[in-house]
Design a protein around this ligand. Structure first.
Ligand SMILES: *Cc1c(COP(=O)(O)O)cnc(C)c1O
Length: 371
């Protein structure tokens, strides 16, 4: 038995949570939640206290994303995975084109493909670590892609395919709040709030364009079978009243509202995106400078500023992650199905760039000890 490796205190980040999701929830948000205590938790979601928290979150997101005219913040229960089905039932008319270059993009593509009421989608694929791109296709009424593929750390720009009448859907579960976006380039910017937004799980949030709302209303009126839980029209109607169709994860709403308010106070999306770029940039340049580490995403233009994936050579990354965990630095393991000798480091807005810098020093220390 070798002695356990103890990382010196001066190399330890102040907060050791680097998971890509669920991700670090700031201590201030936790205090605010406990301060709200009995007035919100354990009370009816149909009464003012909870509805005003939903309203605070919706308004805060509107400010944060500079909501274009007619766009609306809609939310419901079930996370991004539930929203895939919401979109399958309520946004895709018949034929979709979906980009698949990692676990999450591929899951949504599959949900579309197996839906019995939809036509055969076109799925454009690319190897993990690269990106697949959407392009004009006759007969397609919805285009879908992740903004940031959380499983691989690849980010693409949010950009419309020039196709009159077709909707653009962007999965921003890890991108939201950390990567720049112009919402006029999309019709549906959706996410679960436990990744980029530093909240807990259980909800989906979708920012919808007027065209997406119109589509949802038209499909809802078409007679298509839509399970009530996945009915986007119902979610839109409830969201307009600062409610959800069924009981929401109230703490998740409060924590998300806290984070959005904090980000707005700190300079909004531009400032948050800059912070993430700085944080991730430090990780990538550190890896570039080390003989034992390399950014997994070889094209620098595709490297995510919110999820940095680093391949290791000559040293077992799983062993590094284990030592880090024993020292209170958690969730740096790579996406389980990717199967690479890799660490995955979230650099969301909630993560302090000085902590990211400390993390790289801690890894250097561990690698030297293991070597
Ligand atoms: C985590 C993740 C999801 C799934 O989110 P859930 O809330 O667990 O359903 C979907 N898409 C992306 C890009 C993700 O990172």
């Amino acid at each position: 038995m070798t002695d356990p490796i103890t990382i010196p205190a001066e190399l330890l980040p102040a907060d050791g949570r680097f998971g890509s999701g669920p991700s670090k929830v700031p201590a201030d948000a936790m205090s605010a939640l406990s301060g709200l205590g009995r007035s919100v938790m354990g009370t009816s979601h149909r009464q003012k206290a909870v509805k005003s928290e939903v309203g605070r979150l919706r308004a805060g997101l509107g400010e944060f994303f500079s909501l274009p005219d007619g766009y609306e913040v809609v939310l419901g229960v079930g996370g991004a995975t539930a929203f895939w089905e919401v979109a399958v039932f309520g946004l895709v008319e018949d034929r979709a084109q979906a980009a698949s270059f990692g676990e999450f993009g591929s899951k949504f593509a599959k949900a579309i493909k197996i839906a019995p009421h939809l036509g055969e989608p076109t799925i454009v694929t690319a190897d993990p670590g690269t990106a697949a791109y959407l392009s004009f296709e006759d007969g397609v009424d919805a285009y879908a892609t992740p903004h940031n593929e959380t499983s691989t750390g690849v980010a693409v720009d949010v950009k419309r395919v020039a196709h009159e009448g077709a909707l653009m859907l962007h999965d921003a579960t890890s991108a939201a709040a950390g990567l720049p976006v112009d919402l006029t380039e999309t019709d549906c910017y959706y996410f679960a709030p436990q990744k980029g937004l530093a909240s807990d799980g259980g909800l989906w949030i979708a920012i919808l364009s007027p065209a997406a709302i119109e589509r949802a209303e038209r499909i809802a009126a078409s007679g298509r079978y839509i399970p009530a839980f996945l009915d986007l029209k119902t979610a839109i109607d409830n969201s307009r009243k600062d409610q959800t169709y069924n009981t929401p994860a109230v703490a998740t709403v409060v924590l998300a509202a806290e984070q959005v308010d904090a980000l707005n106070a700190a300079g909004g999306l531009d400032a948050a995106a800059k912070r993430c770029a700085e944080s991730a940039g430090a990780v990538y340049s550190w890896a570039d400078a080390r003989s034992f580490a390399d950014p997994f995403v070889t094209d620098p233009a595709l490297r995510s500023n919110v999820v940095a994936t680093i391949d290791f050579e000559g040293v077992d990354a799983a062993e590094i992650a284990k030592v880090l965990r024993a020292n209170g630095i958690v969730d740096t393991e790579p996406y389980r199905k990717l199967g690479r000798n890799q660490l995955r480091i979230a650099t969301y807005p909630a993560v302090d760039p000085s902590d990211t810098a400390k993390l790289t020093e801690a890894i250097d220390f561990v690698v030297e000890k293991l070597g």
